[in-house]
Design a protein around this ligand. Structure first.
Ligand code: UD1
Ligand code: CA
Length: 477
């Protein structure tokens, strides 16, 4: 049933890690200590979910793609929760308390930084930065050069402005609150992302002062210090503003979610999927699609999803960690998770696949049918109103409407085994553990508690009687 790797299938995720050309080790330092007051939330800002993953998770993913020798996270607000959420061996933690600015934050991380490293500084609240942009940025830095990611914004309000001289050389960064009216008109902004050689960074950090509008140690002041030391400042202007969007409030969070969604949908389309409306398709994980896949509106993908060639997904479906074979159709309003679906199946409308459903090829699962932890053999059908839990169903089986595998006795779960070619009449209760032999037929409305022999008709049913001389009651006046 697993169909192997299709070389034509393209991943909607960005490409594999690339090797850096530079010899110095790369250390990545992520600033994530801020509270995020404007979120108005009990959850630390960097744990706010974007496309189902915390903001900091996105940054870490981009970081890991660069194969750094170290990742240091400076945390502070909600420290314990943040540490727990990213409990990996890759990460070293530095605590910043109190939080006295971005420069102060970097100082707290420096004890973990290797002396000869290039330090790439990322912000925990700038989640959409692309791996290839970072690779480019790191490539511009060196032992006597720092690189700085900037962005030109039509509305630069709130950002630090990048000030250049007449020859276009970057001279310094001024924060919004410290800027003169003339400086506020500059639309090239600091994204916060930069790459700096460790030794020089250490030296400049020691010189930072907090005599500014916010009384903070600004990391951004190291630019002017670099210029003074005649160290090259290499600016890189980000291609897309959405990539460097900083998340300070929930409106920006929604904006980032939309940008992320559009990006993932573009990847799906270029891999060969038709999306009826890319603004109504949510990818919150990694989706691999074959060619000529069709995705209707309001479909949500989560986790790892693989869709074979020509798969069709109807409107309002949720697909989570699922692998669907070629030519299968999923009809409207189905919820499918942690399951394997073969080729040429028909699922839904209103179907539910729960963890551990394994459908072979040409299986039909119809409306209001729930399948859990069960194998369903080739060509078998359960078209209406059924529950199939903890069952092994052979090939060519027909499960009638309203059939239920009674898998739970109040304490333990038991299996139902149904052989090839069985016909289960409508409204049957199959009380597990129970076996129906191959080609058995179960009469409608039966409660089956013992083995039903192969090839025979088995039924369990009270006698039908018709009461003579009975009349309907009449309403008393
Ligand atoms: C910062 C930059 C600004 C830039 C903007 C881009 C400075 C002084 N300003 O401003 O030039 O245009 O980002 O988004 O660097 N943080 C800490 N500890 C602190 C303060 C902040 O870890 O003491 C972390 C925050 O968690 C956040 C990041 O640093 O991830 C940026 O902090 P924030 O307060 O949002 O800075 P901005 O005012 O946006
Ligand atoms: Ca910010």
């Amino acid at each position: 049933m697993s169909r192997g790797k299709n070389p034509k299938r393209k991943s909607a995720k960005t490409s594999a890690p690339r090797q850096r050309q530079i010899l110095a080790p790369l250390n990545i330092l992520i600033l994530a200590a801020g509270q995020g007051k404007r979120m108005n939330s009990a959850v630390p800002k960097v744990l706010q979910p974007l496309a189902g993953r915390p903001l900091l998770g996105h940054v870490l993913l981009a970081a890991a793609g660069l194969a750094p020798s170290q990742v240091v996270i400076v945390h502070g607000h909600g420290a314990e929760a943040v540490r727990e959420a990213f409990d990996t061996a890759l990460v070293k933690w530095a605590l910043q308390s109190p939080q006295l600015g971005t420069g102060h934050a970097v100082m707290q991380g420096m004890p973990h930084i290797e002396n000869d490293a290039l330090v790439l500084i990322l912000y925990g609240d700038v989640p959409l930065v692309r791996e290839r942009t970072l690779v480019q940025l790191v490539g511009l830095a060196g032992p006597r050069a720092l690189s700085l990611l900037t962005v030109k914004l039509p509305d630069p309000h709130g950002y630090g402005r990048v000030l250049r001289d007449k020859r276009g050389q970057v001279r310094r960064i001024v924060e919004q609150r410290d800027a003169s009216p003339g400086e506020l008109r500059v639309n090239e902004c600091n994204t916060g992302v930069m790459c700096v050689p460790a030794g020089l960074l250490r030296k400049w950090l020691a010189k930072l002062r907090n005599d500014n509008a916010q009384g903070e140690y600004y990391l951004t002041d190291i630019i002017a210090l670099a210029v003074r030391d005649k160290v090259q400042v290499m600016p890189l202007i980000a291609e897309e503003a959405s990539e460097v969007l900083g998340i300070n409030d929930r409106a920006q969070l929604a904006q980032a979610e939309a940008a992320y969604r559009l990006q993932r949908c573009r990847e799906l389309m270029s891999a060969g999927a038709t999306l009826v409306d890319p603004s109504r398709c949510d990818v919150r994980g990694v989706v691999d699609v074959g060619r000529d896949v069709f995705i209707d509106v309001n479909v949500v993908f989560e986790g790892r999803v693989t869709l074979g060639d020509r798969v069709r997904i109807g409107p309002n479906c949720v697909l989570r960690d699922i692998d669907i074979g070629a030519d299968t159709q999923v009809f409207a309003n189905s919820l499918l998770e942690q399951s394997l679906v073969g080729r040429d199946c028909r699922i839904g409308p209103f179907a539910r696949l729960r963890p551990g459903a394994k459908l072979a090829d040409e299986v039909h699962i119809g409306n209001f049918v729930e399948v859990k932890n069960s194998d369903v053999g080739k060509g078998s059908k359960a078209n209406h109103l059924a529950y199939i839990g903890d069952a092994t169903i052979g090939a060519g089986v027909n499960v009638g409407a309203g059939t239920i595998t009674c898998n739970y006795d109040g304490a333990n779960k038991h299996r139902t085994v149904i052989g090839d070619g069985v016909f289960v009449g409508s409204g049957s209760m199959l009380v597990a553990p129970v076996t129906l032999g191959a080609q058995a037929t179960i009469g409608a409305g039966s409660t089956i508690t013992r083995e039903a022999p192969a090839g025979r008709l088995t039924l369990e049913r009270a006698q039908q009687i018709t009461v003579e001389n009975w009349s309907r009651p009449v309403k008393v006046r």
